[in-house]
Design a protein around this ligand. Structure first.
Ligand code: NAD
Length: 319
């Protein structure tokens, strides 16, 4: 793996709605020194690089250019947001065939460059494609990270904070499982400034369980609601990806909800799924095993079963 040096390079593959928004977030937050944009549509990559370069005088310096796969050789991180997105009414899992074929091509090209860093994957279905990235690249599992439920957990914190009337940064809440229809909220570990949600409900008289259930449904179905209104979702995930990139490059050891490979944790093996994990310079340093209630564990296992079936559709030998 490339030793952490002064010049940090991030390579973005796929400069569509999500990728371009991520590039914009990266520039505004001054996360990396170099940022290369790669897209099948090279003109789009060039246009984005030009446009972003014109914003540099208003931000901190970052070398930005439209490149090709050979630029991945010296990248610390390759972020993949390339591929098809959901059409109205389509689930994330419906995208698996299309995007797995695109991924085989992309990962082979990145690895051929001599890349030896960390992958961050956001393309859907993200848990399955992160597994595919790990398989196709041959890199250790800690160096292949999926954005998983990072956005879903942020959505939960955001909606809960409005209901509780406190800053989202004071609300700790996690969504686990698939980034998709079988995800689940871990109510048993929600806390508000250190106070368990149950105690908050007892002392304040709200929110009711019905309200919490309604909040979760809005989190789970948020992408459908946004896609119905504007065709795609991108700002939230772009900021989540910038957050993840920062945690890696700055060796933050932050605990974030990501898609990580299970190797016995939660009784699961050989799949990528959304869990809280410690993220630092080596990628996924540690997976946090929350003590789930029996009902949460059951729902999590159901989500894992659905992920395994989806993995099998690309890797028939998978058990
Ligand atoms: P988009 O269509 O706007 O952009 C996709 C880009 O990928 C395009 O610029 C296209 O030219 C490029 N591309 C396609 N094939 C390529 C290849 N082989 N090599 C290089 N580039 C290629 O789509 P979008 O709205 O940006 O969404 C991208 C992905 O992100 C989708 O799969 C979407 O579902 C996913 N997404 C994930 C999350 C999350 O939370 N993980 C949230 C929102 C969207």
């Amino acid at each position: 793996m490339k030793p952490a040096g002064k010049v940090s390079r991030v390579a973005l593959i796929g400069s569509g709605f999500v990728g371009a928004s991520y590039a914009f977030a990266m520039l505004n937050q001054g996360v990396a020194s170099e940022f290369v944009i790669i897209d099948l549509n090279h003109k789009k990559a060039e246009g984005d690089a030009m446009d972003l370069n014109h914003g540099i005088p208003f931000a901190s310096n970052m070398r930005i250019w439209a490149g090709d796969y050979s630029d991945c050789k010296d990248a610390d991180i390759v972020v993949i947001t390339a591929g098809a997105n959901q059409a109205p009414g389509e689930t994330r899992l419906d995208l698996v065939g299309k995007n797995a074929a695109i991924f085989k091509h992309i990962i082979d090209a990145v690895m051929k460059s001599g890349f030896d860093g960390i992958f961050i994957v956001a393309t859907n279905p993200v848990d399955v494609l992160t597994y595919a990235t790990w398989k196709y690249s041959g890199l250790p599992a800690n160096r292949v990270i999926g954005s998983g439920t990072i956005l879903d957990s942020a959505r939960l914190r955001s909606l809960l904070s409005s209901e509780l009337k406190v800053d989202p940064s004071s609300v700790h809440a996690v969504i686990m499982g698939e980034h998709g229809d079988t995800e689940l909220p871990i109510w048993s570990h929600v806390n508000v400034g250190g106070m368990p949600l149950e105690d908050f409900q007892a002392t304040h008289g709200y929110p009711s369980q019905e309200k919490l259930d309604e909040i979760f449904v809005n989190v789970r179905d948020a992408a459908y609601h946004i896609i119905e209104r504007k065709g795609a979702t991108y700002y939230g995930i772009a900021m989540g990806l910038a957050r993840l990139t920062k945690a890696v490059l700055r060796n933050e050891n932050s605990i974030l909800s990501v898609s990580a490979r299970m190797d016995g944790q939660y009784g699961l093996n050989d799949l990528y799924i959304g869990v809280p994990a410690v993220i630092g310079r080596e990628g996924i340093r540690d997976i946090i095993e929350l003590k789930l209630t029996p009902n949460e564990q059951l729902k999590f296992e159901h989500s894992a079963t659905v992920m395994k079936q989806a993995i099998k559709s690309i890797f028939p030998e998978h058990v």
